[in-house]
Design a protein around this ligand. Structure first.
Ligand code: BG6
Length: 469
């Protein structure tokens, strides 16, 4: 047995991390345009507007905005069946609250989609990947405000109508559940001293859920063939030992992670999630009308990012903590870390696929996975054998999940297939690509593209539909 013939192999990008040209052709400022560079030891900061003397890596990204033709040719050369990319909301509605869209923004994505179509690469389009017009934050208080649901719905209707000839797969919000860990990324949230952060997070989360449900409805209305997905940040949380307390703790963390995603898939809040709000003493305004909207806006598939598993257990002094961008757990002695301390666990991908499929029973899509590493270009060549073995191990487990465990999986997109700016640190040197981009953390370099060794390996994997694994 092998993977389905129509398995969607490809790569993934996010507008704010790759496009650059942050103020070109009428684009408005987005929340990522005021986010400074960080590194392994220092966090990125949000500044009050664009300030001189600060470094904003998303202003240049990897130059996809001007280089997309060459980049898509490279993807076609690898045999991509799909490309997951996002639309920068602030290119279409620079402030977010306008009635008429910015034609130059629409024209840019139309050229991208036309070229993808020419190469028979199916676009998988995220409507908001850690990006929204900054004006919606400064003027409306971001997703605290219900008005944003209407602005988002209008944006969706405009892009879904205009791109109907090209796009049939949509993803509403990237890693919506990250709102609990890093609320700035998916929701542009920064808290006032007077606010209860959890109340703001879950009320904003509720508004985003409504916006997501509206987007599903609009997509189905514009084209009944459209398929819309949610997108979860998820990797298994293992119990530290078989001690029932550790097992309970791990399962609680898994359930907490998926509390908002459950709503997108099932169309209603779990009793557990509502009890959580009660226990936290927060009052989330969920009307009867809202419940109808959520029910009518269930997603067609569940996409997710997988980078690591975590270990959970009751706290014991002296134990090492392991961290991703947003999530933390205990050190797993059976796993190795990448250079940024993320635990690499290929079998965990199979477990995760089974866990999500058993929970939701709708098609899944791995839309992010990959290894961030400091690649070195020597004589125009990058030997990234470590990335090849990372992919090889993960994809073998993915195949087992599909073939042996019968998980319904639509496809796999390798994250940051062309090197781009890291979301967590803003560094360029944390590279995921199959294609190397000659640029440093400060936007210096030729931005020339070079095929890495993994480029050729992935091409063969796609060509053989994974039979080389
Ligand atoms: C995911 C995000 O959480 O992780 C991406 O959706 C991000 O935008 C990816 O780039 C990897 O994280 P980082 O910090 O290594 O870029």
């Amino acid at each position: 047995m092998e993977l389905p013939k129509d398995f969607l192999w490809g790569g993934a990008l996010a507008a704010n991390q790759c496009e650059g040209s942050f103020d070109t052709d009428g684009k408005g400022l987005s929340i990522m345009d005021v986010f400074t560079k960080g590194d392994k030891n220092s966090k990125r900061r949000v500044t009050n507007g664009v300030l001189t003397g600060e470094i904003y890596p998303n202003h240049w990204g990897n130059h996809f905005y001007v280089n997309y033709q060459e980049d898509i040719e490279l993807m076609a050369e690898m045999g991509f069946k799909c490309l997951r990319l996002s639309i920068a909301w602030s290119r279409i509605f620079p402030k977010g609250d306008e009635v008429s869209p910015n034609e130059e923004g629409l024209a840019f994505y139309e050229s991208v989609f036309k070229l993808l179509k020419k190469h028979r690469i199916e676009p998988i389009v995220t409507l908001s990947h850690y990006e929204m017009p900054l004006h919606l934050v400064t003027e409306y208080g971001s997703w605290r405000n219900r008005k944003l649901i209407h602005f988002f719905e209008h944006y969706c209707r405009v892009v879904m109508t205009r791109f109907k000839p090209y796009v049939k797969y949509w993803i509403t919000f990237n890693e919506l559940n990250a709102i609990e860990f890093m609320p700035y990324f998916p929701a542009g949230l920064i808290f006032e001293d007077s606010e209860n952060p959890q109340e703001v997070i879950y009320q904003s989360g509720h508004h985003i859920l409504l916006a997501s449900a509206k987007a599903v409805q609009v997509a189905h209305e514009v084209n009944p063939e459209n398929k819309v997905g949610c997108m979860a940040l998820f990797g298994m949380n293992y119990p530290r030992t078989c001690h029932p307390e550790d097992v309970l703790k791990a399962e609680n963390v898994n359930n907490d992670f998926l509390g908002l995603i459950d709503v997108q898939v099932r169309g209603y809040y779990s009793r557990r999630q509502l009890r959580k709000y009660q226990s936290l003493g927060i009052d989330i305004a969920i009307s009867e009308e809202d419940k109808v909207v959520l029910k009518a806006g269930k997603v067609d598939f569940c996409s997710f990012s997988y980078y690591m598993s975590l270990v959970q257990g009751e706290d014991r002094p002296g134990e090492n903590e392991v961290k991703g961008n947003m999530v933390a757990g205990l050190e797993n002695p059976y796993l190795k870390n990448n250079e940024w301390g993320w635990q690499i666990d290929s079998i965990g991908l199979r477990t995760t696929l089974n866990y999500l499929y058993n929970r939701y029973q709708i098609p899944l899509f791995i839309v992010e996975n990959g290894l961030g590493a400091e690649d070195i270009l020597v004589d125009d060549h990058v030997n990234d054998s470590y990335r090849i073995s990372y992919f090889e191990n993960h994809l073998k487990e993915m195949k087992k999940a599909v073939i042996e465990d019968a998980v319904d999986l639509m496809g796999y997109t390798a994250w940051g297939c062309i090197d781009l700016v890291s979301a967590g640190t803003g560094e360029m040197k944390k590279r995921y690509g199959l294609v190397y981009v000659d640029a440093d953390d400060y936007g210096q370099g030729s931005f020339k593209r070079y095929r890495k060794d993994s480029f050729y390996w992935y091409k063969e994997t796609i060509e053989t539909n994974g039979n080389n694994l």
